[in-house]
Design a protein around this ligand. Structure first.
Ligand SMILES: Nc1ncnc2c1ncn2[C@@H]1O[C@H](COP(=O)(O)OP(=O)(O)OP(=O)(O)O)[C@@H](O)[C@H]1O
Length: 267
């Protein structure tokens, strides 16, 4: 279990985490949502030990994040950052293999290469194995970084907007795979998403951030209400539920709808 107690983080004059407390259980997909600039990436970086908290405690399996054992702490993580540029002269296979950098020896064992190829196969990108990564599209780079994060076999997997460059098909390939692996391997998974409907479909637990504060958390069917969408994003929305109880959020373009209505009336 990853536990955060009374976390406070500020950078320059900005308060990016204010007395934040939550726990993340293994085998659950946790999704952070919230407006731009509200501190989502900062929270991930703080959990990873990249940004130092002003106060508070971060614990995993009773071990507390301490600056002096940072390298050990980070070994437990797979971290897929927001920046997906891969400007290196390496093949796709080599980049995926880098996910196991901690364990790779001078000679590559056959089973490690096979594992990397299987990881690519599972996400439908085996045909790219020998391509140079600096010649790939943005979406292809994002999928390759995902395969790399999986190769680490993390205890805690953090993904910062992992589907931002993906088409509809690959959004679901990535998120379905992530969901299955999280449950099978009992990972603590924490990812940032902007798409509320994807968050509703895939989150076991939602964390809603606004202005550095955790303003709501829990199962999407309890958390995602029109009032929350209005309070957090200042956008009007209708929320319905499908047969399985998963919320569906339809935002309202009030000005556009008004203009269309007026146009129809005067036509
Ligand atoms: N190292 C830093 N020093 C100072 N300010 C920073 C630093 N890193 C981020 N910030 C600022 O902190 C705020 C929150 O940034 P962060 O990247 O955490 O937001 P976010 O919620 O992930 O946003 P987005 O949805 O746009 O990706 C922003 O105003 C950003 O400019």
């Amino acid at each position: 279990m990853l536990e955060v107690n009374n976390l406070n983080v500020s950078l320059d004059d900005l308060i990016l985490a204010k007395d934040m407390s939550f726990t993340l259980e293994p085998g659950k997909v946790n999704v952070i949502i919230g407006p731009n600039g509200t501190g989502k990436s900062t929270l991930l970086k703080t959990l990873f030990g990249d940004i130092k908290a002003n106060s508070g405690e971060i614990k995993f399996s009773d071990e507390v994040l301490a600056r002096k054992q940072l390298a050990q702490w980070r070994k437990q993580f797979g971290y897929m950052p927001q920046d997906i540029r891969l400007d290196v002269e390496l093949s796709v296979l080599e980049v995926v293999l880098l996910g196991q950098l901690n364990t790779l020896g001078f000679r590559l064992e056959d089973h490690v290469i096979k594992e990397a190829l299987t990881a690519l196969d599972k996400i439908g990108l085996l045909h790219l194995a020998n391509r140079e990564v600096n010649k790939l599209s943005g979406g292809q780079c994002q999928m390759i970084l995902f395969a790399q994060a999986l190769m680490r076999k993390p205890k805690i997997l953090m993904l910062d907007e992992p589907v931002s460059a993906l088409d509809l098909h690959f959004q679901h390939v990535l998120l379905d795979h992530l969901d299955t692996q999280t449950k099978e391997q009992s990972w603590v998974t924490l990812m940032v998403l902007h798409d509320l409907n994807l968050a509703a479909q895939y989150a076991d637990n939602l964390l809603v951030l606004k202005d550095g504060k955790l303003v709501a958390s829990g199962h999407p069917s309890n958390v995602l209400t029109p009032q929350l969408v209005k309070d957090v994003y200042n956008v009007d929305a209708h929320v319905t539920k499908d047969m399985s109880g998963t919320p569906f959020i339809r935002t309202v373009r009030s000005k556009t709808e008004l203009l269309t209505d007026n146009h129809q009336q005067s036509a």
